[in-house]
Write a protein that binds this ligand. Sequence first.
Ligand code: ATP
Ligand code: MG
Length: 458
Amino acid sequence: MIKKLLQRVFKDKPKGGQASASPHEAHRYPRRVHGIARNAISPAALRTVEGLQKAGFAAFVVGGAVRDLILKRVPKDFDVATDATPEEVRRLFRRSRIIGRRFRIVHVMHGQETIEVSTFRGSHLDADDDATVADSGRILRDNVFGTHEEDAVRRDFSANALYYDPGTEEVLDFTNGLPDLKAGVLRIIGSPQTRYREDPVRMLRAVRLSAKLGLKLDPATEAPIPELAELLHDVPPARLFDEMLKLFLSGHAMESAHALREHGLHYGLLPMLDVVLEQPLGERFVTLALRSTDERVLADKPVSPAFLFAALLWHEVLALWQKLQANGERPLPALAQAMHEISDIQAEKLAITKRFSVMMKEIWAIQPRFEQRSGQRPYRLLENPRFRAGYDFLLLRCQSGELPMELVEWWDAFAAADTEQRAAMLVLDSGGTKKRRRRRSRRPASASPVDETAAQQT
Ligand code: ATP
Ligand code: MG
């Protein structure tokens, strides 16, 4: 008990300003080896590092940004690692705040930019502190400060554990990260089995980062993934959801999806992906959806996660919709039931947030309305706030062969036409439809969740 306390006291007090007391020295690479010039670092990150160093602390740019710069890519954001405690960082920068409960980090704001500053963290696996590790080996809490070297080895891949000092323009490497990166290899730090058991999300990260960065997975890093894939069931859904988003919005969704499948990682993560990739129509649909998402990401256009999830799950909805109709249910109530069932299953598994799942259902719900081309209905659909997303979705359905291209072409023309041309384009109502409409209009609006009232409300 006392030993544990002492350990904690020592660990919780990194020595600000002093070089780490780690037994191994980092390899220091000069600029001519790694190629990163100081001016490649964002001004906000530079000011954060300089502020910390001036106050006597060790501070570096770390992680994805260093890796991306070495690969001559534009970093998404800049993270800083330091031996100052969160409170010390907070005191140094006026516009900063401590956030997070599991990991306490500091957000330092300079102008529009926010830099994430984290204190060197140590290895979490104190031999006598089993409260931090679940039975499967998963880490539940690892907010223990540590030395610089400990901070490096607790990171996931060697390529992600490089520290750049803008003052000297040196890269510090404790884990052979630079040679790995130069050789195009993504290698997990330490024993792959142990590291995946500690945090199964690292398996997803391995697949995502290798697809995104064009790095080859080191054989030992890759080997245990299929057999440990089921550990993903233990991961809290909210974390899985975050990781899924990163995966599908990386600009390399297609490669990632295939790589996930090759590594047996889609089970329990996106079980639907498997089903979908196995149906000829579904595969084409998902491929098109992922490709258009990739194109948008790479062109820096906004992408909607709700749209993407709507696309990934559509063929599940479609299959159930058709089954319910074959059992005698009418088309609209059948669609409503199918989409609620499918989104309930997935929302629970993937923790799709309410905001996204509502929009996902709206996109599905207006699909039948694109097939109604008579009377006032097409005009009302044009005014619907989900028209654009619904139309893009319809385009995928047509391109994948589910519906004739003629339908999407009609909408293209209708949207672009003037009043007279539009009137001429309307398809004449058949008597049968009219009769049904009259009956429907007497029912309360809530009777069919996919009718116009419901779809336009949100
Ligand atoms: P991206 O370009 O997608 O942001 P990244 O490597 O920067 O990639 P982040 O999630 O931003 O990914 O994580 C920042 C850094 O934190 C990583 O580079 C890595 O050093 C460390 N890290 C992130 N997730 C883990 C994890 N699950 N286990 C260990 N270290 C991690
Ligand atoms: Mg990052």
